[in-house]
Write a protein that binds this ligand. Sequence first.
Ligand SMILES: *Cc1c(COP(=O)(O)O)cnc(C)c1O
Length: 368
Amino acid sequence: MNNKIYQLASIGVQQLIPYKAGKAIEELERELGLTKIIKLASNENPLGPGKKAITAIQQALSGLALYPDGSGYSLKQALAQKYNLDIEQITLGNGSNELLELVARAFLTPEFEVVFSQHAFAVYPIVTQAVGAKAVVVPALNYGHDLDAMLNAVTDKTRIVFIANPNNPTGTLLAQESVERFIAALPGTCICVLDEAYFEFVSSVEFIDSIDWLKRFPNLLITRTFSKAYGLAGLRVGYGLSSPEMSDILNRVRQPFNNNTLALVAAEAALSDEEHLKETVRINISGMLQLTEGFKELNLTWIPSAGNFVLVDIKQSGQALYEALLRKGVIVRPVGNYELPQHLRISIGTEAENKIFLQALAETLNNV
Ligand SMILES: *Cc1c(COP(=O)(O)O)cnc(C)c1O
């Protein structure tokens, strides 16, 4: 290894610990020679993409010699209509992950601080570190964000606060009233990134749509995605909703063709596929019940989740149980990197997948 090259990288990048993705099915096939593998590790939609998205992709295939529409006009138009916003308030990203990166690149330098919660999404420390800014991690409260403590951590050096609601990996949900109060209390020099990757799964009727706040808070960026509820994780489409000024800034630093043609048409079609979204939410609710009933039978506790995944407390090494489950062809997510070494995160699957997982869990739990 040539260590001199490492020393040439920026300080932030030298110290960066890259994101660890959920294990791919193909990878486990290669490693263990298993064939029947299920993956409940990355909060993907177990139903796959909807029919409308697939049809749109098929129809767009013959156009692939041409560059995509770099402005993403048609998709942005559809989003603007759906959310009753101006098209200038929408920024498209290569997954909402790219929005997190764009906001860090556009607003942070090493003199600034970034506030986020313990157990919050792993990408926040990465985008912060990559630009050499300082991460201020606020201890969690009951596994979720402690908004009062986070507000206390904000100083005149704080340029970005990240909030995930619901949070991944814990699934905890903040009341919208408290989020609104939090944003209102932030200094105007601090940007609030409200990461709503699991927004579509929130079933609480009291959940106010945060989009209403955009009129009042020019420093608010809401991020959402087609990767989770819409079943298009493989295509990489997410979007930011904000003031037109914030969107203008983010668009300055993104690459010109960050969303490919198939992603653009599929996302637009998916947006109109209410049937598929409804069915997705429906099987998520029943699957969550199936898993938590199963946990109860195994005398395990879990953290109530508003997302399409659940953190179960397995009272032993999560890594060891994860590996034992792998040998049975079941991929889940260990969360030791989130300071949760005795939990596993399980994405809700189909009824059949959930059943296979629970069976494997029962077999491995006391035999690791
Ligand atoms: C999955 C996830 C994202 C990013 O997903 P993309 O595929 O990049 O859109 C963002 N935030 C949270 C909390 C997530 O769990």
